[in-house]
Design a protein around this ligand. Structure first.
Ligand SMILES: Cc1cc2nc3c(=O)[nH]c(=O)nc-3n(C[C@H](O)[C@H](O)[C@H](O)COP(=O)(O)O)c2cc1C
Length: 189
């Protein structure tokens, strides 16, 4: 089994990012278990608190440490990634270059209502996870746009986007296998 942690870069109730994450979790292959961690209780990063971490931050760090890889779905805000995901990763990224993010597989997905699907936030997320020495899943970028039509009743219904996201998740799991010395699964999608 692969233990995968899902993080959404939006904490609002009707979040499209959360809806996409939930859909991907439901459709994940049988050897993958996705647990979604809600970032709603994570406070603003404050280096003064690093020696006595808030309970929610400790729980997030432990969840990242315990997972094999991550699926991150972030909206684009003002042509960048959301502050919610940046803030969460800043907490988890410590100590620098030696955090629980090192060698962690990560599938990066962005979303926005516009046809661009948050493509500009992709670069931000790549740069951030690269600086954390994480293993970014290689492959075609998954930027899910037009979400007014593609997300219905809290579910991603656009089959093309679902297939693309699943292909990226397969690539992330291949990275996990490489890092952990496990036999490559072979694509499931
Ligand atoms: C503060 C703010 C800034 C935004 N900036 C952009 C943007 O730069 N580009 C874009 O395509 N969409 C932008 N949007 C639209 C969001 O990407 C879109 O509403 C997205 O679905 C929000 O994510 P959520 O549904 O998971 O909360 C912005 C929305 C907000 C609230």
């Amino acid at each position: 089994m692969f233990k995968i942690l899902g993080l959404a870069g939006s904490i609002r109730r009707a979040s499209v990012s959360k809806a996409i994450l939930r859909t991907l979790a439901e459709k994940a292959p049988g050897d993958v278990e996705v647990t979604i961690f809600d970032l709603g209780d994570i406070p603003m990063f404050n280096q003064d608190l690093e020696d006595d971490l808030p309970a929610s931050v400790r729980a997030l760090r432990e969840a990242v440490a315990a997972c094999d890889g991550m699926i991150v779905v972030s909206p684009e805000y003002n042509h960048g990634m959301s502050g919610v995901i940046k803030n969460a990763i800043d907490w988890v990224s410590r100590p620098g270059y030696a955090s629980v993010l090192v060698d962690k597989g990560v599938a990066i997905i962005t979303t926005s209502e516009s046809p661009l699907g948050g493509a500009r936030a992709q670069g931000d997320l790549h740069k951030m996870f690269l600086s954390c020495l994480s293993r970014i899943a290689p492959g075609r970028e998954v930027s899910i746009g037009g979400t007014q039509k593609g997300v219905v009743d809290g579910k991603l219904v656009d089959e093309t986007q679902i297939r693309r996201a699943m292909t990226l998740i397969d690539a992330m799991l291949d990275e996990v296998c490489l890092v952990q010395g496990r036999e490559k699964r072979g694509s499931r999608h």
